[in-house]
Ligand binder design. Structure first.
Ligand code: NAD
Length: 512
């Protein structure tokens, strides 16, 4: 790890993290298939983003490992699907208990593995437990449906689990996102093969360990949850193509979603996609600008800007543009870039050196296209790690690459607009449609713009605040389907209607 400036909290976190990470240092990190630790012949290196040294080696799965895992999930499904919802409820709460008990370990490992600042990862670990508790409490009624008794029929609908599900997750906040998919799938009665991202695979190991302990402790089959590490083009592809896997719950880039759709087509795979975003935050001149500034900064620079709902385009009304942007720039330059385990750090290193190159290339695009690099656009903490300066591009046009493409780093593109119609036109002029943020003091305008902005989620006078029962997901190239609440069950369940003819019922006679 990069030598950080010493401070007590950081030193303490580094010491604890090293202790937790020691287990990964020996042989390659194994898959977990049907409860067994399986080490493949192929491995890949997992890097520390603070200095790009090798953190550990990880088993790299392919078609053979996916096949074993999918078959184990198929076998375990026969039992898990029949378990009463109350039992599933108790087991998912036990998983949440164990996540809470290991929250410090999860947060520290996640922070080292992904480069995300520890101040955010501590909450993300606990959010993982909340996801399990929320869906635990839904399990008893998850399979209930409509009951419509008539004089002639007992007519009812049940929701049955679809079968083994492939869960494919990205490298940003990987623990929280994995629980977001896995908890509702288990509550619904599905079994799982999980393929985590190759750039941050470690907390998936802890999650699979916790879930396996709980299921095995209850005497249940060992293949309810399976974990296969590896690359998208090998393990990921094999998972999407496997005939025993009935649905794919995927979080990642839009282009990967297209690949998965094509790979899953021969087996008519059901897909649920949470994809990329280029989310606008629209600041009108009648807004509370102090609050708006805090939210704009938080929603693009926290979590290193590696967040699907980050407000990466700031559309600011021309009448307040210069002042608002000048004040923003002062704050951007004060953001603390540092070691992810330092509680004072606001931006840690980006996930991977290849990602740094991608993010910094947008400074060249900005200049070439005629925008201004107001601050940043270069490496921070010069050295060998993946640190970049928080970056602000100003005076951009929405047609520029910096306004159209998902950069997925601490980079904000500011664009002036004239009036409400102009703001909406710019906001909607991208292929994505995940989230939108509106800042205004006019409730009528808030309502109008919310109706017309092309996004799955709109926050007015607020940063992204999640309430678990509400739907989460995007339109256009940002996704298919919704997470959250009962919405998440739509991918994991089939609706079955059953109509039982009662004594009074007789089919119309023919042939008499
Ligand atoms: P990615 O698409 O490169 O990879 C995501 C996962 O897909 C990884 O596990 C990868 O190995 C796997 N994969 C890659 N190619 C595959 C293939 N052909 N078949 C099957 N699996 C394959 O995404 P990433 O770079 O890891 O993550 C960042 C992206 O995720 C951003 O676009 C971000 O917006 C998006 N994201 C979206 C949400 C949301 O809720 N909408 C949440 C978080 C992240």
């Amino acid at each position: 790890m990069n030598k950080p400036l010493a401070n007590d909290a950081l030193t303490d976190n580094l010491r604890k993290a090293q202790t937790y990470l020691a287990r990964f240092k020996g042989g390659p990190v194994p898959h977990r298939i049907a409860g067994e630790s399986v080490t493949g012949a192929e491995t890949f290196e997992n890097y520390d983003p603070t200095d790009n040294s090798v953190l550990c080696n990880v088993s790299s799965g392919g078609a053979a490992e996916i096949d074993r895992a999918a078959r184990a999930a198929e076998e375990a499904f026969k039992v898990w699907r029949t378990l009463p919802g109350e039992k599933r409820r108790a087991l998912l709460h036990k998983i949440a208990d164990k996540i809470e008990a290991r929250a410090e370990e999860i947060a520290l490992i996640e922070s080292v593995d992904s480069g995300q600042a520890i101040r955010y990862m501590a909450k993300a670990a606990l959010r993982g437990a909340e996801n399990f508790r929320f869906y635990a409490d839904k399990a008893p009624e998850a399979n209930d449906g409509l009951s419509l008794p008539t004089e002639t029929h007992l007519n009812y609908t049940i929701r049955q689990p679809i079968g083994p599900v492939g869960v494919i997750t990205p490298w940003n906040t990987p623990f929280m996102l994995s629980t977001w998919k896995i908890a509702p799938a288990l509550a619904a009665g599905c079994t799982i093969v999980h393929k985590p991202a190759e750039w941050s695979p470690l907390t998936a190991v802890i999650l699979s360990e916790i879930m396996s302990e709980v299921f095995e402790g209850a005497g249940l089959p060992k293949g309810i949850v399976n974990l296969v590490h590896g690359f998208g083009e090998s393990a990921g592809k094999a998972l999407t193509e496997h005939p025993a896997i009935k649905a794919i719950a995927f979080v990642g880039e839009s282009i990967t979603g297209s690949h998965i759709m094509a790979q899953g087509a021969p087996t008519l795979k059901r897909v649920h996609f949470e994809l990329g975003g280029k989310n606008p935050v629209i600041v009108f001149d009648d807004a509370d600008l102090d609050r708006a500034r805090d939210a704009v900064l938080f929603m693009i620079y926290s979590l290193n800007g590696q967040r699907c709902t980050s407000s990466s385009r700031a559309l600011v009304q021309r009448s307040i543009y210069d002042k608002f942007i000048a004040e923003l720039k002062v704050r951007v330059e004060k953001i603390k870039v540092g070691h992810p385990l330092d509680p004072a750090t606001e931006i840690g290193p980006l996930i991977h050196k290849r990602h740094v190159e991608k993010v910094l290339s947008y400074a060249d695009h900005a200049k070439a296209d005629g925008a201004i690099v107001a601050t940043g656009g270069k490496r921070a903490m010069e050295g060998q790690g993946n640190f970049v300066c928080p970056t602000l591009f100003t005076d951009a046009k929405n047609s520029m690459k910096i306004a159209q493409e998902e950069i997925f780093g601490p980079v904000l593109t500011a664009i002036p607009f004239e009036d409400e119609a102009d703001a909406l036109r710019i906001a909607n002029d991208v292929r994505y449609g995940l989230a939108a943020y509106i800042w205004t003091g006019d409730v009528g305008r808030a309502h109008r713009v919310s109706q017309s902005v092309e996004a799955g989620m709109v926050w007015v006078n607020s940063e992204n605040v999640r309430h678990l029962p509400t739907p989460f997901g995007g339109v256009k190239a940002s996704g298919i389907g919704r997470d959250g609440g009962d919405y998440a069950f739509e991918i994991y369940m089939e609706q079955k209607n059953i109509a039982i003819g009662l004594d009074k019922h007789r089919a119309p006679k023919i042939g008499v």
